[in-house]
Design a protein around this ligand. Sequence first.
Ligand SMILES: O=P(O)(O)OC[C@H]1O[C@H](O)[C@H](O)[C@@H](O)[C@@H]1O
Length: 500
Amino acid sequence: MTDSNWTQLENHKAPALLSLFESDADRVAKLTVELAGIRFDLSKTHLDDTLLPGFSALADETQLVAAKEALFSGAIVNPTEGRAAEHSAERGTGNPDAVAHARELHNRMRSLIDAIDAGALGEIEHVLHIGIGGSALGPKLLMDALGREDVRYNVKVVSNVDGAALTEAVATMDPHKTIVAVASKTFTTTETLLNASSAIEWMRKGGVTDPYSQFVALTAYPEKAIEWGIDESRVLPFNEAVGGRYSLWCSIGFPVALGLGWAAYEELLEGAAAMDRHFRTAPTLENAPTLAAFSDLYYAQCRGCQTRAVFAYDERLRLLPDYLQQLEMESNGKSVTTQGAPLGRHSSPVTWGGVGTDAQHAVFQLLHQGTHLIPVEFIASKTPGHDFDSAHHEALLVNCFAQGAALMTGRASDDLARNYEGNRPSTTLLLDDVTPGTVGALIAFYEHRTFANAVMLGINPFDQFGVELGKQIAKEIGENGPSGFDPSTTALIEAALGDL
Ligand SMILES: O=P(O)(O)OC[C@H]1O[C@H](O)[C@H](O)[C@@H](O)[C@@H]1O
């Protein structure tokens, strides 16, 4: 990309947010996109008649349209690993060969679910899903968001290698009535395999004579799962061109399909497919993921914002910030371009956040009066997820909208301690309800927004070599003991673990 494009964007003297509304009566309509049961309101960002064409030019220059076609057609978009990124094929859009393959594998998953429902694995009440990173965050988010009532099985997700996590998960489970789903794309992740071995031990101690017969594997490397001891009939493979953090749409979603039922799982996929079609075909200035990426890039690159904050004003979506941290930071936390050159600018901002209204009473002080400029994202639902008095939901939504207004409008006071300068940006995503369809569309929206950010920055969002060094050093410590490391690390190992 030419430096002049960025220079122009960086030099833009952005008018105050309120003045953007004053000078354009249609601003809300222009910067609001509605689709798949979600209203995306970007009007409280600084995107204006200079920045929108400026970022559109950048999108053209970085060939976003061609990049999207490459993504959806199954071309190699992950050059460092020589792979396509086929997550959209899992929801029926994109490369027809990969779509057909995904359908076959989904059918296989559905057959196993039908068999479990029919009692083929005995009387099952619980599902213990063991995985980490992309093999855990999606199922965890989805079961927490959608599995609060009418859930068919008690699903628990365990990721941490800290045995306390497994202890807590199995506390209410009867090992005779439990299926363990070992979820690992590579089937080599040490935390997951250790937790899986301990789950075998838990079952044995609980009197299960053949624990392996209650194990299911979700993996892109079925031969490894078979070698580990899981019968081929209970191995649910997926396409290795589906990245870990994009894998809830394939067999990693098994506990979701089992827990919520197949119809709900299909609704989730269809919600994501609607977002795929939108991202692929909607014009730039009506394209929700693309506009959101423009806003991300503006604040991170042109206004020096090192973080962005996401607040779910809905208890059902409380795990969304955790999910987005992996999606956005693992995808776009890179300092080299796809050409292998230094990036020369900031990569992804830090994603953080929490749940409203709680966060208002904890971290919002800094958002309103701190010296950092932090773009904020609010996610709310028009429909409540409970039957208590409607006063609860009204209070929740009123607070959500009040925060966005307060950040933008501010309120002047001669007493500087009580002065709110305002002009602080936010986006609001308003769902009709929290359903499999809207959550599917929401997650796909974030995937595509992350992709659009990466394309315009010129980085590969589909690899994650940055996580490998820590794993290697952990292995070296395990193999070599405390010696050979820096003095601090050696002293810590000796203090806590002796000489191993
Ligand atoms: O699914 P697995 O192969 O077990 O990998 C689990 C996770 O660990 C890795 O270290 C990566 O950082 C993640 O992208 C991945 O989702």
